[in-house]
Design a protein around this ligand. Structure first.
Ligand code: CTP
Length: 393
């Protein structure tokens, strides 16, 4: 995993050296971003030697590599240790005044802070208000500990020990139970052209497929994501190291992308059009052409094809979007028809499933049993599906 360690200007910076060592010993790729002030405590060569990576502090270094956002996009976790009162205030305000600030702003990875400052500064309402803001945004906090501070004072404000920070970081890096596996996922909805400006589409937003890609990555998998017409804002969480995104527009394009992937697990979460238009017009159709009539041809069933050609130990997962009461039975039939290993059946309707943030699925395996159920956020549903995948390996 890729860990960015932000080091800010406090005497505890020297303890961050040990933290970086612990992450390196676990086999992670570590990038240290010290602030200018932090370099007064521990110098640049130390960080470069210990992290085995180039270290810079300014947004003006490595400009062609767009380093000020590249590290944030690449990170699986950002740890700020020590985090001074000034840095925490900057984070709460969203300041982008240095490389650490821009990295934090351009990242969707979990963030862990280890505050370190004098007791008075820690207890000050301004610092406490900043902490509240950060925690409400999902930032994780370890410490500060109660103990001796610089200058002989004592009280809360001492940075947690590197071992404690390392332990607090572990759950944020995910279980790593999919490490070594490549997971190919399709997401979104295909569009079948009618003429140069019109298409037949569907209401799939791509949220469930993107949540699957992010969840699989968090668990250590290498992810290949075929993205069908997904809005930029929905796709953004998947734009990170370890997830390779390939756009696909039509069912035919998606079929080509999915069949070109080399993967251990294939999850077809995309809503694929069952038909495409045979008589696509070269020019835009107008009313003057008369009453339109579309001739449709059936598309290949991509997931059934992938399942039929799968190699041993490769798992194929399909989705079944169903309406009505007997959805489990229809899911079973669909799994058999497509001969997939798992099917995630979800109930869709005018207000359920497609564009909403939440989802509800039942997961059925080859025994026809419902081996997993999940209702909640699309991330929770994604993890339940990945649990079922792992159980089947
Ligand atoms: N799917 C596919 N290729 C298609 C159509 C669907 O790979 N041409 C996949 C979807 O990605 C999904 C699963 O098949 O994983 C179920 O799609 P669904 O539309 O519910 O099933 P259909 O086979 O099209 O059945 P129905 O007759 O209910 O539309």
């Amino acid at each position: 995993m890729v860990i960015v360690v932000g080091v800010t200007g406090g005497i505890a910076a020297y303890k961050a050296v040990q933290l970086v060592r612990l992450f390196i010993a676990d086999g992670h790729e570590v990038h240290v971003i010290p602030t200018e002030d932090a370099l007064r405590f521990v110098g640049l060569p130390t960080w470069e030697a210990i992290s085995r990576n180039r270290v810079t502090t300014s947004v003006h270094d490595d400009v062609p590599q767009v380093r000020h956002v590249a590290l944030g996009q690449k990170a699986d976790l950002i740890v700020v240790a020590p985090a001074t009162a000034n840095t925490l205030a900057g984070m709460a305000a969203g300041l982008a005044s240095d490389l650490l600030g821009t990295t934090l702003l351009s990242s969707t990875a979990p963030v862990l802070v280890a505050p370190a400052m004098h007791t008075e500064m820690w207890r000050h309402p301004a610092t406490q208000a900043n902490m509240e803001v950060l925690v409400s945004r999902g930032v994780h906090v370890v410490g500060p500990d109660d103990g001796e501070l610089t200058g002989g004072d004592s009280g809360p404000g001492r940075m947690s020990e590197p071992e404690a920070i390392h332990k607090a970081a572990a759950p944020l890096l995910g279980p790593g139970d999919l490490r070594g596996l490549t997971v190919a996922i399709s997401a979104g909805g295909t569009r079948e052209p009618i003429d140069p400006v019109r298409y037949i589409g569907n209401r799939s937003s791509g949220r469930q497929g993107v949540a699957l890609a992010v969840a699989a990555r968090e668990r250590g998998a290498r992810v290949l994501l075929a993205a069908c017409n997904i809005e930029a804002e929905v796709l953004r969480p998947a734009e990170r190291d370890g997830i390779a995104i390939t756009p696909a527009n039509t069912a035919a394009e998606l079929s080509k992308v999915m069949n070109g992937y080399e993967a251990d697990v294939i999850i077809m979460a995309a809503a694929v059009a069952d038909y495409s238009v045979e008589n696509v017009s070269e020019g835009k159709r107008t009313k003057a052409d008369g009453h339109p009539s579309l001739s449709l041809v059936e598309n290949d069933d991509i997931v059934a094809g992938l399942a039929a050609r799968r190699r041993e130990s490769q798992q194929v997962v399909a989705f079944a979007a169903e309406t009505g009461d007997d959805f489990i039975e229809r899911g079973r039939q669909k799994r058999r028809k497509k001969d997939v290993d798992l099917i995630a059946v979800n109930v869709v309707g005018w207000t359920q499933g497609f564009e909403s943030a939440d989802n509800q699925v039942a997961i059925i395996d080859r025994s026809d049993e419902v081996i997993g159920e999940a209702a909640g956020s699309k991330a929770e549903v994604a993890h339940a599906i990945l649990d079922a995948v792992l159980a089947g390996r």
